[in-house]
Write a protein that binds this ligand. Sequence first.
Ligand SMILES: C[C@@]1(CC(=O)O)c2cc3[nH]c(cc4nc(cc5[nH]c(cc(n2)[C@H]1CCC(=O)O)[C@@](C)(CC(=O)O)[C@@H]5CCC(=O)O)C(CC(=O)O)=C4CCC(=O)O)c(CCC(=O)O)c3CC(=O)O
Ligand SMILES: NC(=O)C1=CN([C@@H]2O[C@H](COP(=O)(O)OP(=O)(O)OC[C@H]3O[C@@H](n4cnc5c(N)ncnc54)[C@H](O)[C@@H]3O)[C@@H](O)[C@H]2O)C=CC1
Length: 224
Amino acid sequence: MRYYPINVDLHGQSVLIVGGGKVAARKAKRLLAAGARLTVVAPVLVPALAELAEQGTLRHLERGYRHGDLAGAMLAFAATDDPQLNREVAAEAKERGILADVVDAPAQGAFTTPAVLEQGDLLITVSTGGASPALSRQIVTMIEPLFGPEYAEAVSLLGTVREKLLTEKVRNAYNDPVFAELAALNLPALIKNGQRDVIDQILLKLSATGARPGPDGADKKEPS
Ligand SMILES: C[C@@]1(CC(=O)O)c2cc3[nH]c(cc4nc(cc5[nH]c(cc(n2)[C@H]1CCC(=O)O)[C@@](C)(CC(=O)O)[C@@H]5CCC(=O)O)C(CC(=O)O)=C4CCC(=O)O)c(CCC(=O)O)c3CC(=O)O
Ligand SMILES: NC(=O)C1=CN([C@@H]2O[C@H](COP(=O)(O)OP(=O)(O)OC[C@H]3O[C@@H](n4cnc5c(N)ncnc54)[C@H](O)[C@@H]3O)[C@@H](O)[C@H]2O)C=CC1
C-alpha cells in the first residue's frame, strides 16, 4: 500500500501552509472546515485567502518562508510555486517530525490529500497514490449522485442509536446483531423515500430494548 489512510482530528490544531496561491486556497478551505487553526506564510495571497485573513479566519504572515516557521505545527503544506523552497519546507518538517504535504513533489512529503465526498459525518475519500488527482476528483463526481443528504441523516441516526445502545447497556453479544440489522435496513433509502413511519416503527422497537434515540436522531451529544 503506497499510503496508509487515516482520518485526523484537526480541531484546534495548528496547521501551516507555506504559499498563498490557488492550491494553498483549496487546501485552506478544507482545513478550516475541519477546524484547524490555520497560518499561511506568503508574501502575496490570492483573493480567497486574503478575504479569510481579513476576517481573521486564518493568520497571515505576510512575508517569505523562514526556517523555524513550522515550530508548533501539527501538519504542514509546502504549496509555493518555488520547488526548491518547497523542499526546504519538507526538510524542516522532517527535522521536526511534522507531517508535510509537498504539493508539487509528493515523494518529498509524508502525506497527500485525497479527493473528498462529504455528507455530514459520512466521509468518502479517493486517492490514486499521486498518479492522477484528476481521476480522484472524477471518481468523486461519479459516485456523488449515489450519496445524497439522506446519508448525512442516516449516519447521524445510526450514530445516536449506537451511542444509546453502548452507553445504556453493557456491550454484549446482543448488540452486534442489532448494529448489523440497523445497517442492513438501508435507512438512507427510507429517508430518501420519506418513509418516516417505517423509521419510527424501527426506533420504537429499539426503544423497547432500551435504545431510544431523540425524535430526529440528530442530536448526538444529548440524546433524549
Ligand atoms: C499528490 C497530490 C499531493 C496533494 O496535493 O496532496 C497532488 C499533486 C499534484 N496535483 C497536481 C495537479 C492537479 N491537482 C488537481 C486537484 C487536486 N489534487 C488533489 C490531490 C493531490 N494532488 C495529491 C494526490 C491525490 C491522489 O492521489 O489522487 C485533490 C484530489 C485534493 C486536494 O487538493 O485537496 C484535488 C482535487 C479535489 C477537488 O477539486 O476537490 C488538479 C485539478 C484542479 O486543479 O482542478 C490538477 C491539475 C490537473 C492534473 O494535473 O491532474 C500536480 C501537478 C502540478 C503541475 O503540473 O504543476 C501535482 C504534483 C505531482 O503530481 O507531482
Ligand atoms: N497538489 C496539487 O493539488 C497541485 C499542485 N500544483 C503545484 O502547486 C504549486 C503551487 O501552485 P499554485 O497555488 O497554482 O501557484 P500560485 O502561483 O497560485 O501560488 C504560489 C504562491 O507561493 C507564494 N510564494 C512564493 N514564494 C514564497 C516564499 N518564499 N514563501 C512563501 N510563499 C511564497 C506566492 O506568494 C503565491 O502565493 C505549483 O508548484 C504547482 O506545480 C498545481 C496544481 C495542483
